[in-house]
Design a protein around this ligand. Structure first.
Ligand code: URA
Ligand code: SF4
Length: 235
């Protein structure tokens, strides 16, 4: 008999949860249009295993219907990597490839991100954690709307609370603006170390921008940014 992968098992669990929620309506903890259930929006009273906690967030994301993006997604994309990673990358939203596979950064931007991690930083994808500010693909890859970012934000907050990385690297304008709660353009944010609740945050360009604008200057800037990330990791 074919054995399911952990992710397939998770998806089945999410499907079951979703069916259960639909049958039982409002009396259940998973509120389709309401808040994230208490157990993931609040810091856990007891310290649970990071893997178990992250699995419960993954399941909640896979079953989430808090914003209209759930209607057009194929798969929600919670994120992947080491649940105790020292470094977290945060992108914008899943694209077409990510939506099909249920994994973050697996298309052309993902290829470049992987190259930055391996060739640029001497690390592996498996030892970092990669996610997005919005977990479902906006139709036609349009920009995520403020309401969608807001609905999805508690998942990211909780992921960061569980992982407790040493440094966060945001990719592109939306991730930097969202985590730093600013409307400042990326040109003003990048090149400087910022702070997210006490964790150093390095904003850099989105790999998709770099692919469109593969200039020496842009590559040098990303190199400077990731060098800073590596420096923080080695202190
Ligand atoms: N772009 C993103 O911002 N995130 C992905 O996961 C893929 C492409
Ligand atoms: Fe839920 Fe986020 Fe997907 Fe919206 S984008 S449905 S808030 S997981």
């Amino acid at each position: 008999m074919k054995k399911n992968s952990p992710r397939e098992e998770l998806r089945e669990l999410a499907d079951l949860t979703l069916r259960y929620v639909r049958q039982e309506g409002d009396s259940l903890p998973m509120q389709p249009s309401g808040k994230v259930p208490d157990d993931i929006s609040q810091p856990a009273a007891v310290e649970l295993d990071a893997d178990k906690e992250m699995a419960s967030i993954d399941a909640a994301v896979l079953a989430c219907e808090k914003c209209p993006l759930h209607r057009t997604r194929t798969h929600a994309v919670p994120g992947e990597g080491d649940n105790k990673a020292k470094l977290v990358f945060i992108g914008e939203a899943p694209g077409g490839n990510e939506d099909r596979q249920g994994r973050p950064f697996v298309g052309r931007s993902g290829e470049l991100l992987t190259k930055i991690i391996t060739d640029g930083m001497g690390m592996t994808r498996e030892e970092v954690y990669i996610t997005n500010i919005v977990k479902c693909r906006p139709p036609g890859n349009r920009d995520p709307l403020p309401g969608e970012i807001e609905s999805c934000h508690p998942y990211l907050v909780r992921q960061l609370e569980i992982i407790q990385p040493k440094v966060i690297c945001t990719l592109g304008r939306f991730a930097a603006q969202c985590l730093l709660e600013t409307k400042a353009p990326l040109s003003r944010l990048r090149g400087k170390q910022a702070d997210y609740n006490g964790t150093p945050l390095i904003p850099t360009y989105h790999p998709a921008y770099l692919l469109r604008n593969y200039t020496k200057e842009a590559r040098r800037q990303v190199w400077d940014d990731v060098s800073k990330v590596v420096e923080i990791l080695t202190i």
